[in-house]
Design a protein around this ligand. Structure first.
Ligand SMILES: NC(=O)c1ccc[n+]([C@@H]2O[C@H](COP(=O)([O-])OP(=O)(O)OC[C@H]3O[C@@H](n4cnc5c(N)ncnc54)[C@H](O)[C@@H]3O)[C@@H](O)[C@H]2O)c1
Length: 437
């Protein structure tokens, strides 16, 4: 299949090369605003494949000249939407890296363009394929946690360096933290939660409220790290250090998101799922699972929940079992990058809807501009648009696929046993071959 890669910063370069590990992917063109980055991207592809893709600095020119099946877009938060729309209008399926939307219009345009062109737009939410999140999905779908009532998660990542030196490093985050105040990066935790709660297929986000703390982290960091005449000293940082968002869902669940990138902090997504019969809680101090049926309802104040790793061995998601058997590609985030890219390439190859479709993409990305509106109005509730236009109530089932991050189809993994004896049954060949037609 003929691909183009657009946006070749740190992430784009990595994703472009990781996607090349999936069989059937060929790059005919690469593009970045910065000519040196585009040339470097072409060098990398040529070194690996022996074929040099064409180099562009303007994606419009690329779409006008190249015949493509699909586009990998890893640019910036405020450019993903427009490039996705241009790609679909040019007749290509498109995958975009994660980030939030700037407006309702951007989300609706992505949805309407996908519906009109028949091309899909997939948000590359790799955390939907994280090993732990997938094992939790498996545990929930097997009914061990009862009915899910509340979920939580955060993007809790100390990015002060990356944000502060955005100008020097040509990095996109800086301008957003100066200009905006909202849940800028919701989808790492929200993607798996939305899939767990069947958002857009039987459930939907109804409304949200967001509040932001004061913004002090960046100014204090630069005060200590840079001389008094550094150009950002005294800058007005708008993004609150801690932004909390509460989403309510049509089926009654609540979701709590936390954005936390400008204070001292260890990395964690704090993924939590709480049902009538169990709890999963990610923690840097050890992930925990509590299941009523196994430990009884109350074990005393000092009770320590079970170590999640013990459960994971039992409730490993079949995709991860197959992946481990074939040899995990740990290049990107422990292997989940390869899985999300495989899901994208599989949908391109079979011309089917991907497991994360344009309605998911729009609903998840919309949380950003909606949270900005809520914060601007002092934490007022704001409605979340229904990008399916009512179809969520009785939407047709998703395409069964081993890459589904919402349902589990054990039958689709049965072929694994047949392939086990094959000498070519590596992760690279097995995963795409097992995929749904
Ligand atoms: N899923 C993950 O785990 C993960 C990890 C890191 C980054 N990301 C996401 O990936 C995206 C890229 O991240 P990054 O760190 O590489 O950012 P970056 O700002 O360093 O790089 C973006 C690149 O896109 C290029 N670009 C911007 N607009 C363009 C346009 N109109 N046409 C062509 N090129 C354009 C820029 O020149 C730059 O080289 C972001 O959305 C980021 O949030 C995701």
């Amino acid at each position: 299949m003929r691909y183009a890669a657009i946006g070749l910063g740190g992430r784009g370069k990595g994703q472009m090369m990781e996607l090349l590990n999936v069989p059937g992917v060929e790059y005919v063109a690469v593009c970045d605003n910065y000519g040196d980055r585009a040339e470097k991207g072409a060098d990398l592809v040529e070194q690996k494949t022996g074929r040099r893709p064409k180099v562009y600095q303007d994606y419009r020119e690329l779409f006008a000249r190249e015949e493509l099946d699909a586009v990998l877009c890893c640019t910036t938060w405020v450019t993903h939407g427009e490039i996705a729309i241009a790609a679909m209008n040019a007749g290509c399926h498109v995958a975009i890296e994660v980030g939030g939307a700037a407006s309702a219009q951007e989300c609706w345009d992505m949805v309407k363009t996908s519906e009109r062109t028949g091309k899909f737009c997939m948000l590359l939410e790799n955390c939907c394929y994280d090993r732990n999140e997938m094992a939790v999905l498996n545990i929930v779908r097997q009914g061990l946690m009862g009915e899910i009532v509340h979920c939580a998660g955060g993007y809790r990542h100390d990015l002060r360096d990356e944000i502060a030196y955005g100008k020097e490093n040509h990095h996109g985050r800086l301008k957003n933290f100066l200009a905006r105040n909202g849940e800028l990066y919701p989808t790492h935790e929200l993607g798996p939660i939305a899939k767990l709660l069947h958002i857009n297929r039987g459930n939907r986000f109804l409304s949200l409220v967001s509040v932001a703390s004061k913004a002090r982290g960046m100014a204090d960091f630069l005060h200590r790290k840079q001389p008094a005449d550094y150009y950002l000293q005294g800058a007005q940082w708008n993004e609150g250090d801690i932004v909390d968002t509460l989403i309510t869902c049509a089926n009654g669940e609540t979701i709590h998101l936390t954005h936390d990138c400008t204070l001292p902090r260890f990395y964690s997504r704090d993924y939590a799922v709480q049902g009538t019969r169990g709890l999963y809680q990610e923690s840097a101090f050890g992930n925990a699972l509590m299941i009523d049926e196994e430990i009884g309802t109350f074990q005393g104040w000092n009770h320590r929940p079970a170590n999640f790793d013990d459960y994971r061995a039992v409730y490993e998601h079949p995709l991860w079992k197959a992946y481990e058997k074939g040899g995990i590609h740990a290049n990107g985030h422990g292997g989940m990058d390869y899985l999300v890219l495989s899901a994208f390439a599989d949908a391109v190859e079979h011309n089917t809807l991907p497991p994360i479709d344009v309605y998911d993409t729009a609903a998840w990305m919309a949380i950003t501009y909606l949270s900005e509106q809520s914060i601007a109005m002092g934490g007022q509730p704001v409605p979340v648009p229904d990008f399916t236009n009512g179809a969520w109530i009785e939407r047709e089932p998703a395409v069964p696929s081993i890459f589904s991050c919402e349902e589990i189809y054990p039958d689709l993994f049965a072929a694994d046993t047949a392939l086990e004896n094959s000498s070519t049954a590596t992760a690279e060949s097995v995963l795409p071959l097992q995929a749904s037609p």
